[in-house]
Every structure is written in C-alpha cells, then in structure tokens.
Write a protein that binds this ligand. Structure first.
Ligand code: AMP
Length: 581
C-alpha cells in the first residue's frame, strides 16, 4: 500500500474531533488493506512500531530529525531551526521545506507503507559507533522521496508523536466496522450510524475481549478479518503482559456495598505498586501496571515466587510493598519507586528495601485462563498454591462480609496499619483487564487525589533557574486526547532529601520536551503525578473545561502509563460529587 493512502487518513482524522467520523475513515482504510499490510497499518495508525505490550521506543531526538530534514531538503540548518521555533511542530516544518524543494525538482517514486515501516524499525534497532549518521540517512532517505504531506507524517512517525487522536476505543470500533459481520451504515452528513444495536454491541464485546487478552491490535485485526470464531481463540498467554483491571472510587462503605453487592470481599489496600507476575515454562517475568518488564530489578521477588508458589505456568496480580529491612517498617510508594528504575547495584538496594508481595488475584493457571471464573474461585486457588512467608509473599488480607460494622472495623484496622484504605470486590465477578467496570472499588482515606499527566511547564527564574516549575496538568478523554486541567507548583521540594524535587522532576521530564518558546515548554504526555486538590471548578481557561483549586503534588507515579491517568469522566464525577456535599 502507498504511504500516501495512510497519510490521507491521518489528515482526515486530524481535521475532525468527531469519533464516528474518525472511525469511518479508519475502517475504510482497513477494508482496503491487504493481509500483508494489516500488521503495519494497524501499528502506524496508532503511531506505534510494536504492539501495546511491547515498550520499545524509537527514541530519536529532535536535533537528529532537524539534520535529516536538512540533508533531504538542502535547506539550511539555521533556517529549519528558525521555522521550528515559529511553528513548533517539526512535522509541519518538514512539510514546508519539502514543498519548497519540490517546486524546484521533479519527483521520483512513490513511498510505500512497508518501506516507511522498515526504516522506522531500523532506526530502533541501530546502536553503536556511526549509528547517529546512519539514522539521519534512514530518515533523510524517506524524506527525499516524500511529498510534503508525507514528510509531515514521516517526521511525526519518527518522533512517535502523531498528534492525531486515535484512542483505543476508536481503533476497536473501526475493526468492528471493517471486519465483523454486522452492517454499519454511516451517515456522513449527520455523523451518525444505523446498526442493529444488539448485534453491534456483541461484536464490540468480542473484539474488546480479544484485545484485553492479547494487548495487541495486530493480532486482533488479523483474527477479526478471519471471523468471530478466530477472535474467540485469542487468549492470554503467560509471558505477554495483559492490562490490569482498574478500580472505581467510592465515597463510603454504603456506596461500596452498593457497587459490588454483598457479601463483599474486602481487602487491605496496600500502598505499593502493582506487579503482574508471569511464570511460563518455569521462567518468571515481572511487569508493572504500565506493562513494562522489571524482572531484573526485583531478584528477591523472582526467588520468592519460585519457592513459594506452586505451578509452572500462571499469572498473578499483586501489590508490591517495600519495607525498610533494618526497621522492618513498611515504606510508602514514593520511597520504593526508585527500585523500578534502578539499573545498577540492584542486589544492594534489594537488601536495603526489599519487597513484600501481596498477591490478590490469579488470572491464569495450568494452561487455562481464569478471567471468566468468579473471584471466589480465583481466591480459593490462590490460597491453595501460595505458601505465605511474612515480609516475602502473602495473600492479601481480607474479610468477607455483608455487615457494615464489620467492614468499617476492617477498614479501620487497615488504615491503622498504614494502608491507604480498602478495596471492595464482587465475589462473583470475572476479571476484566484494562477496565474500570466496578467489579472492584477503592475506599481511601479522606485525601482528594487524582492522577494527571504533565503536558507543559515553565523554566524557573532566580534561585529556581535551571529547573522546570509550574507544571501544566492534563486528564485524558475517551479518544485518548489529553486535556488541560490547570497548573501545579506546590508540593515539589527544592532539596532532593525532602522528597520529589524540582531537580528530579526536571531531569525526568527533559527527554520528553517537545518544544520551547521563551520560558514556556511543551512536554510529551509521559509522566504522571498524583495531585491533591481542595476542589474542582468549571473553567473556560483549560481545554478540559475544569480547573483544580489549590493543587499540590503528592508524588510521582512512575508506575503509571500516561493513558492510565484520570479520565475526563472522573474529573466530572469528582466535580459533581462535591456539589452534593
Ligand atoms: P488506585 O491506585 O488509587 O487507583 O487504586 C488501585 C490500586 O490499588 C491497584 O492498581 C493496586 O495497585 C492497588 N492495590 C493495593 N491493594 C490492593 C488489593 N488488595 N487489591 C487490588 N488492588 C490493590
């Protein structure tokens, strides 16, 4: 397929905010994509090179792209840099300078999707001496044969910043429209569809379920093209991470009981970070909730699971809690988050701050997916196969009750032990990866917090010069677009010893800077902060329509992917709830 066919769709999607219109354009492209290209088209539509569970990145810097534009177009480096400052988007810069070049020369052959994808993959795989020059050549080669609009998206593909919102939901629906046997009549004038709702919802569920299990749009697209029966065969596999089930928030025990039913399974809500542990053919792999593999960072967890969990292949859902080995005291997430990122002296740090694994669910055992088994069956199996060892591996502490007084007592016990509150779970429910369906809810101590992604900042002045300050926060909407909800500067420390510091946050954000204009910096949405606030207000200033009043940074949530930050519905819900208070 010609790359220009993909670019046409990118352009159409960029020009609309209507989800159904986007879905229509994507599904039309999918319909005309032959089997060979499906894999590539599905990935590039979402601006990726690998499936969602595979975290490899291209990691090419802006400067390198500038050089490639220079090589391909002959335009001076100073001129390109100047344009970049004015326009702020290297993709548009490439479009502009290639347009000028084309007026002078005549064009060669058409670029194909396969060629672009091959060069992008090579960029990712190249390392060592001379690799910088070869990377420039790879990008320049594409740009030299590109038409202006193609150049725009080649640069965006290289920088992995498509600026075209294709959320997971939109992509899933496009697969349904394109490949499932349900007729969808799209009315372009009204931007509406006419379908048999029941059939349509069933088809969406089948595709979603395959996605939840594989975390891989390419596998699902290829299966969908073959039919529903092929989709139903897509299963979870130990070794490939799957999305974790998420929790809704409740305000009190009554609401908790109402959401999950009684008797409810109530568990301590440990203050650590999520670990999904896979054992496949005897080999252990550990993933965070961002689905990043962190096996080598946690040797003591690997050992403990090997010794204390029966079975050769399984998937466990757990909360890893760190503790101070000397004082035998549990530590809050912010102290142990350094273990996730540590690349050296791992054994030493593991001795100082070991992990106690609190296992709360099991999703796969002995060759069988347990996602559709009721929670009570999964818990029973867990209790059978885990040999508990305090400060190494335990099954999450729970009470099963219908009585409010008992539940409140359990909640108080949990909080007294330093936990964040409790989780309430529906004992008959399935495990729904990646969704906040309400099968499990969280009841936390009073703090009002939500998770936001940083999308901008300002360079500080005076004694804060050299640091990024005043961070612009954003939530996410259903289409995967990040919408601003205000700025925060409070709660971050000047000295590193006191907690999350401006210095640390600046270093964390630097690789993600997209553009700078004077003091203002635009940042690629990558880093998540937990933010406490007094109130949410309606606000015309920010693109979400809401603003936080008195926001303070609680901590860096580097275990969370940007797509996992609070969504617009949660912000709305928090706003509505406070109105009722
Ligand atoms: P939150 O991070 O506030 O959305 O709360 C949900 C998180 O609580 C989960 O993602 C887990 O990391 C954590 N958690 C702690 N204890 C449990 C538990 N017993 N069951 C489920 N999740 C838990």
């Amino acid at each position: 397929m010609k790359y220009s066919s993909l670019v046409d769709v990118y352009e159409k999607i960029e020009s609309t905010s209507k989800r159904l219109e986007k879905t229509h354009h994507i599904s039309e492209l999918l319909k005309k994509t032959n089997e060979e290209d499906i894999h590539t088209i599905v990935l590039l539509l979402r601006g990726r090179l690998y499936p969602d569970w595979d975290k490899r990145k291209i990691g090419v810097a802006n400067k390198l792209v500038l050089k490639a534009i220079n090589t391909a177009s002959g335009a001076g480096a100073g001129k390109i840099e100047q344009l970049w400052k004015e326009i702020g988007d290297l993709g548009l810069v490439a479009e502009k300078v290639i347009k000028r070049k084309i007026q002078a020369t005549l064009f060669s052959k058409d670029l194909t999707v396969a060629k672009v994808f091959a060069n992008l993959r090579k960029l990712n795989e190249m390392e060592g001496a001379g690799s910088v020059d070869r990377k420039i050549q790879l990008i320049a080669e594409l740009l030299s044969s590109a038409k202006p609009k193609e150049a725009k998206y080649i640069v965006r593909n290289v920088l992995e910043d498509l600026r075209v919102g294709i959320g997971e939901g939109t992509m899933r629906d496009a697969l349904v429209w394109a490949y499932m046997s349900v007729k969808v009549d799209y009315n372009a004038e009204k931007t509406s569809i006419d379908v048999d709702r029941e059939k349509y919802n069933d088809a969406v569920d089948i595709v979603q379920s395959a996605l939840d299990k594989s975390n891989d749009f390419t596998t699902v697209a290829l299966a969908a093209k073959k039919g529903a029966s092929e989709l139903k065969k897509v299963s979870i596999t130990p070794g490939n991470p799957i999305k974790v089930m998420l929790a809704q928030k409740v305000a009190d025990m009554d609401e908790g009981f109402e959401k999950v039913g009684t008797p409810a399974d109530i568990e301590f809500k440990y203050d650590g970070f999520r670990m999904q542990i896979h054992k496949s053919k005897g080999k252990i792999k550990i993933f965070t909730r961002r689905l990043e593999e962190v096996t080598s960072q946690f040797p003591e967890v690997v050992d403990s699971v090997k010794k204390n969990v029966k079975g050769d292949n399984f998937i466990l859902d757990c909360e890893a809690v760190g503790y101070d080995a000397k004082k035998e005291k549990y530590l809050a997430f912010q102290h142990i988050s350094q273990r996730i990122r540590r690349k050296y002296n791992i054994q030493e740090l593991a001795k100082k701050m070991p992990i106690e694994l609190n296992v709360f669910d099991i999703l796969f055992y002995k060759g069988e997916s347990l996602l559709n088994k009721p929670l009570k069956v999964r818990i029973k199996l867990l209790e059978k196969i885990v040999s508990e060892k305090k400060l190494s591996i335990v099954v999450a502490k729970r009470a099963i009750t219908s009585k409010k007084e008992e539940a409140i007592k359990f909640y108080e016990e949990s909080v007294k032990k330093g936990n964040e509150g409790v989780m309430l779970k529906n004992l008959d429910s399935a495990y729904k990866p990646g969704s906040r369906v309400g099968f499990m809810v969280k009841l936390k101590t009073a703090m009002n917090t939500l998770d936001f992604v940083i999308v901008g900042a300002e360079w500080g002045e005076g004694k804060r010069s050299g640091w990024l300050t005043s961070f612009t926060l954003a939530c996410i909407n259903d289409d995967g677009n990040f919408l601003e909800t205000g700025k925060v500067g409070t709660g971050i420390k000047e000295k590193a010893e006191e907690g999350l510091s401006f210095g640390e946050l600046t270093e964390t954000l630097k690789p993600h800077i997209k553009q700078e204009k004077g003091k203002e910096v635009t940042i690629k949405p990558e880093i998540v902060l937990e933010i406490q606030f007094d109130e949410i207000q309606k606000s015309p200033t920010y693109s979400s329509g809401y603003a936080l009043r008195f926001p303070r940074v609680v901590q860096l949530r580097d275990d969370r992917a940007p797509e996992e930050c609070s969504d617009l519905n949660m912000v709305k819900e928090a706003f509505e709830k406070q109105k009722k208070r």
